[in-house]
Design a protein around this ligand. Structure first.
Ligand code: PLP
Length: 401
């Protein structure tokens, strides 16, 4: 049978890449393993009672929400999002500029569907979130990689790289950025670079995908405006998500953008999944309508700030000083670690022996690199496990030095 399938696979299926995070799930789930790997919220903070309470919408609206829904999303949720995001976006985003998606990963998928022909290029931060770039790659996209420092993407490098690719006949379509508490680096794009990025994109006739699942989870410093709110040319598609601020099991995300691109993405979505689960959207809507989301956000911020601080204290206590570099993120889920003296592959194997897991750096670099870097997520493990896990990591490092 497998002979037959081998003959039938598409080019894309033959070349497809799977997510290393998903692939190591079975390792991470081993008994006794402490995981800093997946970018998962703390289940202890899931609002189980409040979400259950929101299920009363099934009694009230069941005949509607158990039916097929509109591809563009459940209208009351769209109206809620328009109001709820008004302050950050500087205006009420209209229904025509909005699409509810199955997680924000689908925003990248549908935008790529709508813009990328096989071999076209996307400009991206490097390192960047491998979940979205793997999906883009599986669509046939290739990448122009721009490094980051603590103020985010080095935007000034974009024009020369894009012009070079264009001179070779390559088509470059959009810039992919995670402006707040970037995954995996944790950096935030400065105000000056936000302005510059918009200017560069406009001059080069590129769109921007602003992927922002962490923007609401800021511990320190001042909020910066979304690129979408600063864009008056309609070139930015903003992707948002309930995954990190409510629960990823809802699989509800959204995007804002010019009605023309939203329409194209909506038509692709018709074929992909008809619509995001209506029942899930309705539960999320009811939860938000009751004010539970606004009540939970400050608790999430406070809880994850404490976890970040516990992880950093453990770094100072247990990791061999001078051997590892990291910067405290101002929000989000991740520390990015650099260990000049220890190859990450070796550290990963040694750490797994000691039952502590992280994600190796390499898959976050679309063009290769990252063999002395890795990502640590502080939100999922309990306070005690963070301390114990970093202790084990420190032991693994010492044994390899
Ligand atoms: C930067 C980034 N974009 C998108 C996603 C996907 O999130 P969702 O659960 O909304 O699909 C994640 C999840 O970790 C992420 O870190």
């Amino acid at each position: 049978m497998s002979e037959l399938w081998n003959k039938l696979f598409s080019d894309a299926a033959v070349k497809q890449k799977a997510s290393p995070i998903r692939e190591i799930m079975s390792v991470i789930r081993q008994p006794g393993m402490i995981s800093f790997a997946g970018g998962m919220p703390d289940p202890e903070i899931f609002p189980v009672k409040e979400f259950y309470d929101s299920a009363e919408i099934i009694k009230r609206e069941g005949k509607d929400i158990l039916q097929y829904g509109n591809t563009d999303g459940y209208a009351p949720l769209k109206e809620f999002l328009s109001e709820w995001t008004q302050e950050r976006m500087g205006r009420k985003v209209s229904s025509r500029e909005m699409l509810i998606t199955s997680g924000s990963i689908q925003v990248a998928d549908l935008l790529t569907f709508s813009t990328i022909d096989k071999g076209d290029y996307i400009v991206t931060e490097s390192p960047t979130f491998l979940g979205t770039t793997l999906d883009m790659y599986n669509h046939g996209a290739r990448f122009i990689c721009i490094p980051c420092d603590h103020q985010g993407m080095l935007v000034d490098l974009i024009p020369e790289k894009v012009e070079k690719a264009r001179a070779k006949g390559k088509k470059v379509k959009y810039i992919y950025t995670i402006p707040n508490f970037q995954n995996p680096v944790g950096c935030t794009l400065s105000m000056e670079r936000r302005k510059k990025l918009l200017q560069v994109a406009e001059e080069l006739e590129l769109a921007i995908l602003e992927d922002d699942p962490y923007g609401y989870i800021r511990f320190d410093g001042e909020d910066l405006p979304p690129l979408f709110s600063m864009d008056n040319k309609g070139i930015v598609v903003f992707g948002g998500s309930f995954s990190k601020i409510l629960a990823p099991g809802t699989r509800v995300g959204w995007c804002f953008g010019d009605p023309d691109i939203i329409r194209k993405m909506t038509v692709f979505k018709q074929g992909v999944d008809t619509s995001t689960s209506v029942i899930s959207q309705a539960l999320v809507y009811e939860y938000c309508r009751k004010g539970y989301l606004d009540a939970l956000l400050p608790k999430i911020i406070d809880h994850y700030r404490k976890k970040r601080d516990v992880m950093e204290t453990a770094f100072r206590k247990y990791l061999p000083q001078g051997e590892v570099e990291y910067n405290a993120p101002e929000g989000g889920f991740f520390y990015w670690m650099k260990t000049a003296g220890i190859p990450t592959d070796e550290l990963f194997n040694k750490s797994i022996e000691k039952k502590v897991a992280f994600v190796k750096g390499e898959p976050f670099f679309p063009e290769g690199g990252g063999d002395h870097e890795f990502r640590m997520c502080y939100t999922f493990a309990s306070f005690e496990m963070i301390d114990e896990g970093v202790k084990r990591l420190g032991e693994a490092m010492r044994e390899l030095l």
